[in-house]
Design a protein around this ligand. Structure first.
Ligand code: SF4
Length: 326
């Protein structure tokens, strides 16, 4: 560790003022404190925002759901409306981290968490994300857990969040508050692919705070669920994962929303798979046919070629679980 100052914001205005002066927001601290211990992150000022009024799950006027940024992962997972309307969110949260971490970590912090690439966390290794221009040790190193989609020559790290995959599938938006006021960013635009600036991970402006994640209303009841495939059944990040939400009416799939995790530099939507499903009747043959396109555009590395096939099978299996067959 190294010296830093700590201030607790009593209200939103105070937090924004501290953020404007370069303070780094902290709530549950389950990622940031670890990274500070490892000296990967070196903020000079921490601004504790945990007293701000962002701890509610509320209905929106449009018929969607708004999850406050400071709602704990465990609280969001257990919320009756989240469980009933969006089991994909509850399942993604409950398959994340450990019970202790889920009791502490917040929704806003979860989507802000940084990659688990081991080279990123080793300050002696070359890493463009941690130190722009230094190189990427993972490209020639051990890259079994790294991404196969959305990669660049500068970074191949996966985004580690599970619930972000569910939010991507549900076409959520991220509400932000900053020195210039409020704005909302579609989830698909909030997390950034690495390109040639892997150090820039979110579409946040200086001093902006995440205030909530909003799930939009859907045209009809959704069946949804999350599957996570990992090396061990608990306290482990995804090798592959799939968030699937289907709106089926009259025996026909009217709308399909699918995003996958553990394989992309950001949660990865599968529009081609969704198109194959829309307007069709659920069947085992359809799930298999659609999932065949799940890894389209994949660029596997030396040690993670297995993810291509694993991803297809994860998507197929989760489609079968959520959609059933008739
Ligand atoms: Fe750093 Fe990204 Fe390379 Fe990992 S994959 S070493 S995070 S640049």
């Amino acid at each position: 560790m190294y010296p830093f100052s700590f201030t607790k914001a009593a209200g939103t205005r105070e937090a924004l003022e501290a953020g404007r002066r370069g303070g780094r927001y902290i709530a549950g601290g389950t990622t940031l404190v670890d990274l500070m211990r490892e000296t990967v992150e070196r903020p000079r000022t921490l601004v504790d925002i945990s007293a701000l009024p962002m701890r509610e799950v509320t209905d929106t006027a449009r018929g969607g759901l708004r999850i406050g940024a400071l709602v704990r992962m465990a609280e969001a997972a257990a919320h009756p409306k989240v469980r009933t309307l969006y089991p994909v969110i509850s399942q993604a949260l409950e398959l994340s981290a450990s019970a202790q971490l889920r009791n502490m970590a917040t929704i806003g912090g979860n989507i802000m968490q940084r990659t688990r690439c081991a080279y990123f966390r080793d300050v002696t290794a070359a890493c463009n994300k941690r130190e722009p221009g230094s190189g990427c040790a993972a490209l020639q190193g051990y890259n079994r857990t790294h991404a196969i989609l959305g990669t660049s020559d500068h970074c191949v790290a996966t985004h580690p969040s599970d619930v972000a995959v569910a939010f991507a599938a549900l076409e959520a938006s991220v509400h932000l508050l900053g020195p210039d006021g409020e704005r909302s960013v579609p989830f698909a635009d909030f997390l950034l692919q690495p390109g040639d600036t892997p150090n820039r991970e979110q579409a946040l402006r200086p001093g902006e705070l995440i205030t909530a994640v909003e799930i939009p209303p859907h045209p009809g009841p959704l069946k949804s669920g999350y599957m996570k495939v990992r090396d061990r059944q608990s306290y482990e990040f995804a090798l592959t994962s799939a968030a699937v939400a289907l709106h089926v009416r009259g025996g026909v799939i009217r709308q399909a929303k699918i995003a996958v995790g553990g394989v992309g530099t950001v949660p990865w939507r599968l529009p081609a798979v969704e198109r194959r499903l829309t307007g069709r009747r659920p069947s085992d043959a359809l799930w298999a046919e659609a999932a065949e396109g799940a890894a389209e555009g994949a660029r596997p590395l030396t040690h993670n070629r297995f993810k291509v096939e694993l991803l297809k099978r994860t998507v197929e299996r989760q489609l079968r679980i959520v959609g059933g067959t008739k």
